[in-house]
Write a protein that binds this ligand. Structure first.
Ligand SMILES: *Cc1c(COP(=O)(O)O)cnc(C)c1O
Length: 391
């Protein structure tokens, strides 16, 4: 596919067979699909996995359009979508793991992913060990005879380290393992995880692709090695996404590039300004040199988005209300990737075991939205001043 990404974002998934000739695919609400003849129903069984209507749970054109569009953006063999990013993660892991296997998982993954690996998978006889995401090719030292899968997130949750995915994938593939990557931060637009060595690239579509904080959806983009396994697990686990949410994701996808350009520009301006702020000890943003893995970001990514963290020089988490409670523009809450700015203080040490988080001051994750940058700076400056009074 020779088209540039901007063109693909506009065109991908819009087969006439699915749209019926209007611009956007209609929202198909379906359970039963009616057949005219017994023969047609029997033949339908054979076509059920090849994007022909058969039964609602096996998908409809609204869902296929989104799957095809996402797969095309990273050059995947195929994509499956899920009712949340978390469902995409758990289904992807279950598609390639079985009892008796060992999983290596980066210490910096999203907290619910961490809990699934550390607390749920052991119930199925799958053992998980956490690793330092900056380990690179030395990950080979952690391989056991039964290591089957390496899972990482790039950049890491909260602390934004960028692992050397190509080096880790090379070591893992030399032993025939699968490499799964949570690629949510960059979206398929700014990082092609499949090209850099992932066998499955996972996205919380909830974030930038939906982009308007009004739907939850996940996606797993598979290469030739994993596509069959992923499809099978998705079907067996009964994973299905609502058509309205798929429609919102498709609609968001069309404007992803223009939104991301502005998120990137606003976030970088604010991140650089925060680097010089008297209350800020560190800014953790992959596009800024102090961030661990910045060189990997420069080599492998084609852009940065609006989510990053700051570490304050001093202060206590219990006083975070002084920072957060009276903000004029930043909302407080989970998730990110919508048009609005968000703030989220987090206790990093509680969600790390293979690495050591030694910052003395609190960490605050920021999502920079599409508001005016000067308004946002003023809001942050006032919050930092209120917090300074608690020292
Ligand atoms: C939000 C998030 C998820 C989970 O997505 P949901 O749609 O909320 O289930 C997974 N990974 C990352 C990196 C996320 O930020």
């Amino acid at each position: 596919m020779a088209d540039k990404k901007s063109t693909r974002l506009v065109k991908a998934g819009r087969r006439k067979k699915w749209t019926g000739g209007v611009v956007n695919p209609p929202v198909y609400h379906a359970s039963t699909v009616l057949f005219d003849t017994y023969k047609e129903m029997r033949d339908g069984v054979k076509k059920a996995f090849s994007e022909e209507l058969f039964y609602g749970r096996l998908g409809t054109p609204t869902l296929w359009a989104l799957e095809e569009a996402l797969a095309e953006l990273e050059g995947a063999r195929g994509a499956k979508i899920y009712p949340s990013g978390m469902a995409a993660i758990t289904t992807s892991l279950l598609s390639v793991l079985k009892a008796g296997d060992h999983l290596l998982i980066a210490d910096t993954v999203y907290e619910p992913t961490r809990k699934f690996a550390g607390q749920f998978l052991p119930r199925l006889g799958i053992e998980a060990d956490f690793f330092d995401p900056m380990i690179g090719a030395a990950i080979a030292k952690l391989f056991k005879d039964n290591t089957r899968v390496v899972f990482l997130e790039t950049p890491g949750s909260l602390t934004f380290e960028v692992p050397d995915l190509p080096a880790i994938a090379k070591a893992a593939h030399a032993r025939d393992m699968y490499v799964l990557v949570d690629n949510t931060w960059a979206t398929p637009l700014y990082h092609n995880a499949l090209e850099k060595g992932a066998d499955i690239s996972i996205h919380a579509v909830t974030k930038y692709i939906v982009g308007h904080a009004d739907a939850m959806i996940g996606a797993a983009l598979a290469n030739a090695r994993t596509h069959g396994l992923l499809k099978y697990a998705t079907f067996q686990l009964g994973q299905l996404t609502g058509p309205d949410d798929a429609y919102l994701a498709l609609r968001g996808l069309r404007t992803l590039e223009v939104r991301l350009k502005q998120h990137q520009q606003n976030a970088l301006e604010i991140a650089r300004w925060l680097e010089g702020h008297a209350m800020v000890e560190r800014v953790l943003h992959p596009a800024l040199p102090p961030c661990p893995g910045h060189q990997v970001w420069k080599r492998d990514f084609t852009g940065a988005t609006g989510l990053f963290s700051i570490v304050l020089k001093a202060g206590e988490m219990k006083n975070m209300g002084a920072f957060c409670d009276q903000m004029a523009h930043f909302g407080m809450g989970f998730s990110w990737g919508g048009f609005e700015s968000l703030v989220l203080p987090q206790e990093v040490a509680l969600v790390r075991s293979a690495t050591c988080w030694d910052a003395t001051g609190p960490l605050i994750r920021l999502h920079i939205g599409l508001e005016d940058v000067d308004d946002l700076k003023e809001d942050l400056d006032a919050a930092l001043k209120r917090f300074e009074k608690t020292l």
